[in-house]
Design a protein around this ligand. Structure first.
Ligand code: TYD
Length: 140
């Protein structure tokens, strides 16, 4: 699997829609590249505020805009990539070792994150300079 910002990959989830409304579903390993061990969501994000500002050493994640839309800016230490998520039928797979900033949340946006492991503070890199150092070491 590709790493760095090119390793971010859109996932199209299966679903069903009829006159009763819409349904989207996903199962691993068919629709998700890892077994989901944790789910969290961001909501009530005030206009103009951003989230994230960290990287993960080993965690894999899938981001979904369950409602509304938001932008994620990724940096792998060499390349940057900006992706806007805007619908519940689509997920974004995010590999480890990517710095991310989430911003420009639309009013009422809900960002659901599926994660490959439980919460582990030691998996976070919260200092950008330390991230660049670790990312550079990974590429040497
Ligand atoms: P933080 O990493 O600042 O959120 P974000 O990445 O969205 O900006 O997390 C805020 C707080 O919540 C922090 O004290 C850690 C805690 N937290 C958990 O306990 N479990 C979790 O699964 C997550 C994502 C955060």
């Amino acid at each position: 699997m590709r790493s760095g910002v090119d390793g971010c990959k859109f996932l199209d989830f299966p679903g069903h829609a009829d006159d009763r409304g819409a349904l989207t579903f996903m199962e691993s390993p068919k629709d998700l590249p890892f077994d989901v061990r944790r789910i969290y969501y961001l909501y009530d994000v005030p206009a103009g505020r951003s989230r994230g500002a960290h990287a993960h050493r080993a965690l894999e994640q899938v981001f979904i805009a369950l409602a509304g839309s938001f932008t994620i800016l990724f940096d792998d230490g060499v390349k940057q990539r900006e992706i806007r998520l805007d619908g519940p039928r689509k997920g974004l797979y995010v590999p480890p070792m990517l710095w991310r900033d989430l911003r420009d949340f639309s009013p009422g946006a809900i960002c659901v994150v599926l994660a490959s492991a439980g919460y582990l503070e030691s998996d976070y890199i919260r200092d950008h300079a330390a991230f660049l150092e670790a990312a550079g070491a990974g590429q040497r």
